[in-house]
Design a protein around this ligand. Structure first.
Ligand SMILES: [Zn+2]
Length: 437
C-alpha cells in the first residue's frame, strides 16, 4: 500500500513538473546575431561577484537553515499527532466534549479549541526559535520579546476563529458523506482558502500592521502610471509599516475582486531607489494581471484533491489496524483529527518541491511581466541582490527545484540581463511624431 502511494506520488510529481524546468539557464546569444558586446551571462556573474564573501556566507547559512526547519516542523507536527493518538488524549478529549453536550457540532467546536491550543503550546519552542531567536541572530527582526509574543497570541486567536469555523464545516461534511468525504473535503478547503484570501487583507492584516496611502508623488505617480498602463483599477498605493516586525523589503498585491490593494513596505521605500521600486511594483502588478490568485487556488486545489485521496486510503488503513487502540470510531469522529494532521503534515512535507515549483513558476511569470512593464533590468538585478540578504543567491538547480518558492537571485539577475541584451531599441516614444495608421 505504502509503496503504491509512493509510486503514485512520484508519477504525479514527474507528470506535473516535466514542463516546468527548475532553472532556466539561458545560453549566451550567438555573437553573430548581436550587434553589442554586452554578454548577459558575464554581466550576471559580475553582479553576483559584487557581494562580499562574508555576506554571501551569512545569507547562505540563513537560507540553508530553512531547509532543516522544513524537516523539524514536519517532525514536530508528526510527533504531536502520534502523541495525541497513542496517549489516548485525543479520545479522552472527545469523551469530555460528548459529556458536555449532545450536539455533534458543539462537540467539534470544543474538541477543536482544545486541540488547536495543545498544538500551539507543544510547538511553541520551535516557533520561538524559528521566528524570534533565529530572526534576531541574523539581524532581520526588530521586535522585543513582549511585542513579538503579543502578536503570537493575536495569531493564536485568529487561528482559533479560523480553525473552529473550518473544522466545524469539514466535520459537518464528514458526518454527512462517510464515503465521499475526501471529495467534499477538498471542495471545502478550496472554498475556505478562497474566502480567506478575500477577507485576510481587510480583517486580519490590520491586526498586525497599518496600511496608509503613499503620498510622495515622486514614488506614487510612477507606480500609478504603470498601473494605469495595464488597466489595473487602483487609485492609490498603500504603504505598510513592516519595519515594526522586520528589516526585510517586500511588497504585495492582496485580496480579490473589490478588496484588491497594491502595497509596498516602508523598508522598500527607505532602502531602495526608484528603478528598484518600479521593478518590484511591476512584478506585483504581474500577479494581478496574470490572475495568480485564482490560478494558485486552482493549482493548489488539485494538490489538495491528491492529498485528500491519499488521506482516504491512509485513514481507512490506519483505523482498521489501530482504530480500536486509539478509540477513534471513523472519519466523522473528531478524535481522529490528529490522524488527519499526521497525514497532511507528511503529505505537505513530501510535496515541498511540487508546492514550491508551482509558486516559483507563477513568481517567474510575474518577473517576466514585471520586467516588460518596468523596463528596469538594472533595477531588477539590484533588487535581486538586496533580496539575496535572506535568500541564497546562487543555488544548484536541484536546490532551487526543491526549496525555492521564488526564482533565485542568480536566475532573476540572468533574466534581467537577458532582457537588457535582447530588447530592441524603440526610440523615445514622446519625441516621435505620430506614425500613419
Ligand atoms: Zn511575487
Amino acid at each position: 500500500m505504502i509503496w503504491r502511494l509512493i509510486l503514485f506520488a512520484l508519477i504525479f510529481i514527474l507528470t506535473f513538473l516535466s514542463p516546468v524546468p527548475a532553472q532556466e539557464v539561458s545560453p549566451s546569444p550567438p555573437a553573430a546575431s548581436t550587434t553589442s558586446s554586452f554578454d548577459p551571462t558575464a554581466a550576471t556573474k559580475a553582479l553576483l561577484d559584487t557581494v562580499p564573501a562574508d555576506q554571501r556566507a551569512k545569507s547562505n547559512a540563513y537560507f540553508e537553515g530553512g531547509y532543516w526547519l522544513l524537516l523539524w516542523n514536519f517532525l514536530v507536527g508528526a510527533a504531536i499527532s502520534i502523541f495525541l493518538l497513542k496517549s489516548g488524549l485525543s479520545a479522552r478529549l472527545r469523551d469530555v466534549a460528548e459529556g458536555l453536550t449532545g450536539s455533534k457540532a458543539l462537540q467539534v467546536v470544543i474538541y477543536s479549541v482544545v486541540f488547536i491550543i495543545i498544538v500551539a503550546v507543544l510547538s511553541f519552542p520551535l516557533t520561538f526559535y524559528q521566528f524570534f531567536v533565529r530572526e534576531h541572530q541574523y539581524g532581520f527582526a526588530t521586535q522585543n520579546f513582549g511585542a513579538w509574543f503579543l502578536e503570537q497570541l493575536i495569531s493564536l486567536v485568529v487561528g482559533l476563529v479560523a480553525g473552529v469555523i473550518g473544522l466545524s464545516i469539514l466535520y459537518a461534511v464528514f458526518r454527512r458523506a462517510r464515503q465521499t468525504w475526501w471529495l467534499w473535503g477538498t471542495l471545502v478547503v478550496v472554498l475556505l482558502s478562497f474566502f480567506g484570501n478575500f477577507i485576510a487583507p481587510v480583517f486580519v492584516e490590520p491586526l498586525f500592521n497599518t496600511y496608509k496611502p503613499l503620498n510622495d508623488p515622486k514614488i506614487r505617480d510612477p507606480i500609478l502610471a504603470m498601473a494605469q498602463a495595464n488597466q489595473i483599477p487602483v487609485k492609490q498605493v498603500f504603504e505598510v509599516d513592516a519595519s515594526r516586525q522586520t528589516t526585510r523589503v517586500s511588497a504585495n498585491v492582496a485580496g480579490l475582486l473589490g478588496t484588491t490593494r497594491i502595497a509596498l513596505n516602508d523598508n522598500l521605500l527607505k532602502q531602495c531607489s526608484l528603478p528598484e521600486i518600479r521593478a518590484v511594483m511591476a512584478h506585483e502588478m504581474g500577479h494581478y494581471i496574470l490572475n495568480h490568485g485564482a490560478k494558485l487556488t486552482i493549482y493548489l486545489g488539485v494538490v489538495a484533491l491528491f492529498g485528500f485521496a491519499i488521506a482516504r486510503f491512509v485513514c481507512n488503513f490506519a483505523l482498521q489496524i489501530w482504530g480500536e487502540r486509539w478509540q477513534v470510531r471513523g472519519i466523522a469522529d473528531p478524535a481522529g483529527l490528529p490522524l488527519l494532521m499526521l497525514i497532511f503534515v507528511t503529505f505537505t512535507f513530501l510535496m515541498t518541491p511540487v508546492l514550491n515549483s508551482i509558486v516559483r513558476e507563477t513568481e517567474r511569470e510575474a518577473d517576466q511581466f514585471g520586467i516588460n512593464t518596468s523596463r528596469e533590468p538594472d533595477g531588477e538585478a539590484s533588487i535581486a541582490l538586496k533580496l539575496g540578504a535572506y535568500r541564497k543567491l546562487d543555488p544548484t538547480p536541484v536546490e532551487e527545484f526543491i526549496f525555492y518558492d521564488h526564482p533565485s537571485g542568480r536566475a532573476r539577475i540572468q533574466m534581467g540581463m537577458d532582457w537588457k541584451a535582447a530588447h530592441l531599441p524603440c526610440g523615445n516614444l514622446d519625441a516621435q511624431s505620430p506614425a500613419t495608421e
